[in-house]
Design a protein around this ligand. Structure first.
Ligand SMILES: [Zn+2]
Length: 78
């Protein structure tokens, strides 16, 4: 079966959204000061879901048997 991109109830395009936790990491220089350039670590992520570009609807992300994104149940944004 040909893949169809997931769409919202309203017909709008869906895109994935997730909240990322970002650690900002500084090395300590030999003079005891923080390095100027931080490193960012964004390995944790939470609540990834689909959001409509046109309205406020949101849906869970489901994956089909070929690992493609399809629309799941409605998702309540807290
Ligand atoms: Zn919509």
């Amino acid at each position: 079966m040909k893949y169809k991109k997931p769409v919202c109830e309203c017909g709008g395009e869906l895109q994935t959204t997730a909240a990322y936790c970002c650690d900002i990491i500084y090395n300590i220089n030999s003079n005891g000061k923080k390095a100027k350039k931080p490193k960012y670590s964004t390995d944790t992520q939470d609540g990834e879901h689909l959001e409509c570009k046109s309205c406020d609807n949101a849906y869970f992300i489901e994956i089909d048997d070929k690992s493609r994104i399809i629309r799941g149940e409605e998702y309540d944004i807290i």
